[in-house]
Design a protein around this ligand. Structure first.
Ligand code: NDP
Ligand code: PYR
Ligand code: MG
Length: 529
């Protein structure tokens, strides 16, 4: 049998360009995703090399919004084994299953989902794996984590989504999700096995349904190095965006962030996660805990959350209002007129919930209203950017969970921000790994938020951005990792004494040196062998 050979005039740089041409020839985003996934399987160094050079174009394919389509359809687009499935049927032998992973000692970061709330798309069961893969691609691209150190995990615990159970091609276990006691026992065994099998691993919990997201963060955060991206990562990235949004709005209102009033539309893991992060910010900026709490209002599917409501879920109780005793307030415009918030944050999964009336009500109370529709993917956004610009006559300070393009209005072009935890978790992960932190503390998450907030350069400030440009993501992640390491040291959670000896400039240099670069161009500058 003759060996295959590269064509005589093959060059690596041509091939790089060829891949981009092939990618761009596809019109359907999911086909682009499938193409890139195939490229990663064929030549992962080339894939990451292209990704690093084309973040703006490729992140929306590998991550939100298109990764949402990939998850919904994963059983149908599946091509080859990726990541690690741990099934409820593996109970009792989870350690053995984890031990099959090839790079046990090299593994540093796992993203673990149980597929029960993928983005705003609901319970996707075993189809949730691409979210773990997409997050880890961002760890690699944005923070230079070595690909062989990443472990994408999907816990296949069944699904309550009937159309998957009825789908002959569904790749997961065909059973409903377990009751709480069975799931708790599974999670205990899983986390203990993770510690035994992977000695140096940070675990990021991703897209667990809200009750479980809070529960397992509470149960495991002091036992293992773990964090929950939807609660803590989102809290951190939105605090950061609000710091910059408050600076922009204060030009019109003179109001520091600590004097703002924030209305959360959506009170799940993400909404409450952000509310808690803000509470902590307010209290460290001079407010008493009660004053801080009074600045935050939450709304769920039943309206403004008040303390007198019967059967309130545990995670909603802390921010439930005690100062409103009228009939249930369900209309968002009424709620805005009652609260008079300076900022409206959407974490509800309810498309178009911020109608023209809502945006105009925010404008009535604020010269420059802060409106962040943060639900993912883009088709669940509470308001589209062009509408928000038009209805506010260009005054809105805007960030969305999924990306939007700039919008022309009047004589100006306005650029949206992307308020997504993707700006935060790569730096938190890198800093946690390098410092060998025992736990990821609230202080580390808050330090990450400020490092991101203060990372805007002059050009970005002049363009009135609330988040830095994605093209600078490695520089940004290095700054976040630096802040996370120093905070871990301050709290004596770190386990890398050498980093303590380094002056700031040397520590930053070390972080940058540790970032993995795809070696593709050195490996095959000419392919005629
Ligand atoms: N931008 C980012 O970085 C991030 C964005 N997200 C996005 O946030 C969204 C929410 O995630 P998560 O908090 O985990 O999800 P949950 O399902 O736990 O929370 C959704 C919340 O929205 C409320 N809600 C639903 N429908 C309505 C309605 N008609 N009116 C008012 N409120 C409503 C729900 O109310 P009830 O409690 O009554 O059911 C619930 O409080 C998702 O789309 C997710 O993709 C999440 C993490 C990060
Ligand atoms: C961004 C993210 O983590 C989410 O939408 O769930
Ligand atoms: Mg998430």
């Amino acid at each position: 049998m003759s060996a295959t050979r590269f064509p005589p005039h093959f060059t690596n740089s041509d091939h790089r360009q060829r891949c981009l041409v092939q990618l761009r020839s596809k019109n359907v985003p999911l086909e682009k995703y499938i193409y890139l996934n195939g490229l990663k399987g064929r030549d992962s160094n080339l894939f990451y090399d292209i990704l690093l050079e084309n973040m703006q174009e490729m992140v929306p394919i590998l991550y939100t919004p298109t990764v949402g389509d990939a998850c919904v359809n994963y059983s149908h687009i599946w091509r080859r084994p990726e990541g690690l499935y741990v099934s409820i049927e593996d109970k009792g032998r989870i350690r053995e299953v984890l031990s099959t992973w090839p790079n046990l000692h090299d593994s540093r970061i796992a993203v673990v989902t149980d597929g029960s709330r993928i983005l705003g798309l609901g319970d996707l069961g075993a189809n949730g794996l691409p979210i773990s893969i997409g997050k880890l691609d961002l760890y690699i691209a944005a923070a230079g984590i070595k690909p062989s150190s990443t472990v994408p995990i999907c816990l296949d615990l069944g699904t309550n989504t009937q159309r998957y159970l009825d789908d002959p091609l569904y790749i997961g276990v065909r059973r409903p999700r377990p009751e709480a006691a069975e799931m708790d026992a599974f999670m205990e065994e899983f986390m203990e096995a993770m510690r035994e099998v992977f000695p140096n691993l940070l675990v990021q919990f991703e897209d667990f349904s809200t009750d479980n997201a809070f529960k397992y963060l509470d149960v495991f955060r002091h036992k293992y190095p773990v964090f929950n991206d939807d609660i803590q990562g989102t809290g951190s990235v939105i605090l950061s965006g609000l710091v910059n949004a408050a600076r922009l709005s204060s030009a019109a209102s003179n109001l520091p962030l600590a004097d703002h009033k924030i209305l959360f539309f959506g009170a799940g893991s993400a909404g409450i996660g952000v509310a808690k992060q803000l509470l902590s910010f307010f209290t460290t900026n001079g407010l008493t805990p009660e004053e801080a709490r009074s600045r935050i209002y939450t709304v769920d599917s039943k309206g403004l959350i008040t303390a007198d409501r019967k059967g309130l879920q545990e995670h909603k109780k802390f921010f439930a209002r005690t100062d409103y005793n009228g009939p249930p307030m369900t209309n968002l415009v009424d709620i805005i007129n009652y609260v008079q918030p300076t900022a409206l944050l959407g974490l509800s999964t309810l498309r178009n919930a911020f109608s023209e009336d809502v945006v105009k009500a925010m404008c009535n109370h604020n010269k420059r209203p802060i409106i962040f529709p943060l639900s993912n993917p883009v088709h669940l956004s509470e308001v589209d950017y062009p509408d928000a610009i038009q209805w506010s006559n260009g005054e809105v300070i805007f960030a969305s969970g999924s990306p939007y393009k700039p919008v022309a209005h009047g004589n100006a072009v306005f650029e949206p921000g992307q308020g997504n935890n993707m700006y935060i978790f790569p730096g938190i992960g890198l800093g946690s790994i390098l410092s060998k932190t025992r736990h990821v503390s609230d202080g580390m998450v808050e330090a990450a938020a400020f490092a991101l907030a203060y990372s805007l350069n002059d050009e970005e400030k002049a363009a009135h951005l609330v988040y830095p440009r994605l093209s600078r993501i490695r520089e940004i992640s290095a700054g976040i990792a630096f802040a996370v390491i120093r905070q871990s040291q301050k709290e004596k959670l770190d386990n890398n004494a050498y980093l303590r000896t380094l002056p700031d400039a040397d520590l930053l240099g070390l972080i940058q040196d540790k970032m993995w670069q795809p070696p593709v161009l050195q490996m095959r500058t000419v392919g005629r062998l």
